[in-house]
Design a protein around this ligand. Sequence first.
Ligand SMILES: *[C@@H]1O[C@H](CO)[C@@H](O)[C@H](O)[C@H]1NC(C)=O
Ligand SMILES: *[C@@H]1O[C@H](CO)[C@@H](O)[C@H](O)[C@H]1NC(C)=O
Ligand SMILES: *[C@@H]1O[C@H](CO)[C@@H](O)[C@H](O)[C@H]1NC(C)=O
Ligand SMILES: *[C@@H]1O[C@H](CO)[C@@H](O)[C@H](O)[C@H]1NC(C)=O
Ligand SMILES: *[C@@H]1O[C@H](CO)[C@@H](O)[C@H](O)[C@H]1NC(C)=O
Ligand SMILES: *[C@@H]1O[C@H](CO)[C@@H](O)[C@H](O)[C@H]1NC(C)=O
Ligand SMILES: *[C@@H]1O[C@H](CO)[C@@H](O)[C@H](O)[C@H]1NC(C)=O
Ligand SMILES: *[C@@H]1O[C@H](CO)[C@@H](O)[C@H](O)[C@H]1NC(C)=O
Ligand SMILES: *[C@@H]1O[C@H](CO)[C@@H](O)[C@H](O)[C@H]1NC(C)=O
Length: 815
Amino acid sequence: MLICLWQAVFGLFYVAVWASALAPDLPNNGDDDTPPTTRIIDVLSDNANFSKLLLSLQRSDLVDYVNGLENITFLAPLNSAFDPDQLYVRLDQESVLRYFIDKPVDSALVRGLELYYTLFLEDSVLKDGVQSPILLDNRDDLFLADNSIVVSEDHAGSVNSVVLGISSFLEPHVSLCEFFQSVEEADPVFEEYQTLATLFASNDFCSSHKLTNMTVLLPSDEALNLNEIELAYLNTEFGLQDKNALLSSFVLPQIIGGRLSPPVKTRNLHKRKVQVSSNGEGSYIVVDGTNSSFSNYLLSDGIVHLYDSVIFDDARPVFTPRKYLLGLNLESSVNEVDFRKLSDLIDDPELNQTIFVLPTTELAESKNTLLYHFSSEKLDLKESKLVDSKYCSNSVLGHCQKLKIITHGDQVLINHNVLVTSQKIEVGNTNIYFIDDNLSLPLPFETAVSPFLRCAKSLQFLKDFDFLHFKSNDGLGYTIFLPNADAWDTLDLVLDYLSENPETLREVIGNMIVNGLIYDDFEGQKTVTTILGEELILRRDGDIFINDTQAEISLELEVLFDKGVGHPIKTVVFPSSVQIGVQELLTTVDSEEFLKVLSLIGLDKLVNQGYSFIIPTSKSLQLGNFTVDRGSVQKLADFAKLHVLPPGSIQKMIDCEDTIPTMLDSANLTCRELTSGVSMLSIQGGNDHEVRLLRKGLSIDGSAGIVFVDRAIDPSWLDSSNGPIHLHLPFVAGLVGVIIGMFVLAAITSCCLVFSVGKQSSSSPTARSETTPLLQPHASLESHSQQPKSQSNDQFATYYSTHSSSQPINVEPSS
Ligand SMILES: *[C@@H]1O[C@H](CO)[C@@H](O)[C@H](O)[C@H]1NC(C)=O
Ligand SMILES: *[C@@H]1O[C@H](CO)[C@@H](O)[C@H](O)[C@H]1NC(C)=O
Ligand SMILES: *[C@@H]1O[C@H](CO)[C@@H](O)[C@H](O)[C@H]1NC(C)=O
Ligand SMILES: *[C@@H]1O[C@H](CO)[C@@H](O)[C@H](O)[C@H]1NC(C)=O
Ligand SMILES: *[C@@H]1O[C@H](CO)[C@@H](O)[C@H](O)[C@H]1NC(C)=O
Ligand SMILES: *[C@@H]1O[C@H](CO)[C@@H](O)[C@H](O)[C@H]1NC(C)=O
Ligand SMILES: *[C@@H]1O[C@H](CO)[C@@H](O)[C@H](O)[C@H]1NC(C)=O
Ligand SMILES: *[C@@H]1O[C@H](CO)[C@@H](O)[C@H](O)[C@H]1NC(C)=O
Ligand SMILES: *[C@@H]1O[C@H](CO)[C@@H](O)[C@H](O)[C@H]1NC(C)=O
């Protein structure tokens, strides 16, 4: 049964072979006159439509050559391909070769788009040349050879060749290298595929890699996503290796195009395995599963396919900060980093960091300076903050030095003086910014404190007590609280006391220097020690509380110096060991005479009992006869009580309130503040005599204090009738006065009319202005026996607060 079937099949096969032997030119068997053996020239001669071609071959002396060819396909231009006016064209053998495919092609067997090779050798790169490819396209109704329509098919049986009549000449193709050299002018289809194509053109990739007989898979610019810096890097000598690797990834070492069955397994020039297949009868070339967006762009020694993705995930070079710096043309910066043996910093794209670079690069002063240009955070510079640099010394400041970033709108300043001049340049986890000046390392404290912070006095004290030699404190670093000028000025007499008691001042100053680093971003609570060994409790509650003294610290003002950080503050922080009370404050002013009066009437014990005192100058006591040897006890008692403020009163005095109770029951004081800021005291409801508040001092707990005034408040001022302005007269007396006044006025007016020449009256002696001295020198009291203590001269100028804007009053007799 099986044998029978086989015999039947064999029989059929035999018949078929025999039949085909009888009629060898089956496609042309419509014409029975065709000779059984023909050569190509015979085919051309037989068809009038090839007359121009035949004439061209004859005139170009190529007939013998063509006649000698076997086993080929001739793409023969028909007469219609020629210019109508032209009888023939002169051909050279080389260009004619492009019209010969290296094997006979039966058009009926061409399926879809197929790649063939011509006899033309493209030898621009390889001396032996590469057979130019050609695509035959049988996908639609038309049969195309490259760009030409194939109109007829004839077989030259005796040389096993085929003649395909084509309607136009074939378009010449450029080579791969030529194509990339002028890719900008190439077909519009390449418009979005320029990046890699341009890289192919540069740096001799073409010749060094013998870019011929190959397939190029071009990813789109968008997919490749190389920015200007990366491109610039790839085009430097340092980027050559990366560039070659990148380009090699997209090159396959043979010409692959058209319908591929089976799929082609090969390796790209970067040695990676690649599988290439096709779909749509060769319309699309699929590489490792990625569909092309445009394919089969034919060149004379290669083919190009376009892709909208980077087909190989390892193709893009790994960019590092180093490569970016090179791309930014900062080769010398890179050299410097290498020279300082810090290459690790720019070779690891994973490192979270920020690099600040200068556009022009000079050698940094030191490794530390260089490190100071690196921050260990990846910074967006969107907000002001303090950040760590990579300059981390293990000497005194056992920490990493900080960089102060201050943002004002779009402007970013580092350490107050260096401007960031570029947008963020991001590579891996590193951000790079350009800056306009070197970042200099934090300076020694004295130099680091800007004069604008008005901390000269604090600095002077620190210097005086030799606190500026910061010794190593186990790498803790130092924090210095630095009272500014206002802080010291408000202390007034307390500062005088401190100046006279350097030991106490030293304690105050020393306890504001803390071991350890407290920056403005400090949170929570922490106990630290001062350099004098005291403990300080720091607490953040909105502001910072330094042992319960409220202080404001800010990023803007904090001072970074080589061994720590300084904070200008608006208050002086007193250590608990320093107690300055009324007793101590009394030593700072000329209070001897006053204290004698106090002790005479037994009020001296109040000094330690929360009472505050108004101290007039000794001279004014003598002038007003309020001294022990001149005044009566009753007068002195009233006087003294008027100058003693019960607990609580001193704050009213400082605040310059309307009612300030005194020890004298019948009298309250009142205070008014001049526009110049000077406070004037008078007796409430008394006459208008006023004394001027010259200095003040509050005990450290603020509960008591003393004020120093320019003259004694005379209890007689209580009697308002005694005053220069107020007249409290009975109503009738007033009425009488008014009537008399009217008469007098009338009299004066008539006098004035009579004499008509008026004399300007001199200004009233009672119209006292702020600038008129309140206390006139008194010739009878020139005794200099009572020198004010601790004052080198007895001018009141020296008692004036440095903060006062009013002129001191000269109580010296005019000489
Ligand atoms: C020559 O071309 C014409 C028009 O294309 C066609 O009609 C004719 O059949 C062709 N002749 C031969 C011999 O093929
Ligand atoms: C043409 O092909 C035949 C058989 O396929 C072969 O014998 C012959 O040598 C070939 N001729 C040339 C010139 O290659
Ligand atoms: C071109 O590539 C093909 C396929 O790899 C190879 O067979 C041929 O020898 C190559 N031609 C030249 C001139 O190298
Ligand atoms: C490949 O992409 C083309 C368009 O670019 C599309 O027409 C075709 O269907 C795609 N083929 C496959 C298999 O995705
Ligand atoms: C960088 O920062 C990210 C996010 O802050 C973190 O997840 C990552 O671990 C850091 N990388 C390194 C190397 O520290
Ligand atoms: C940066 O520092 C270097 C070395 O100290 C110096 O030569 C250079 O002038 C500085 N550059 C700028 C912009 O200040
Ligand atoms: C701060 O307060 C603590 C606890 O009240 C005290 O022990 C310490 O001496 C104070 N420090 C200074 C410098 O006064
Ligand atoms: C002070 O006393 C002297 C005599 O003791 C007297 O002459 C003088 O007027 C008195 N001054 C005042 C302001 O009371
Ligand atoms: C002083 O002020 C207190 C409190 O305001 C008030 O009670 C008292 O009557 C005043 N004394 C005089 C004499 O005005």
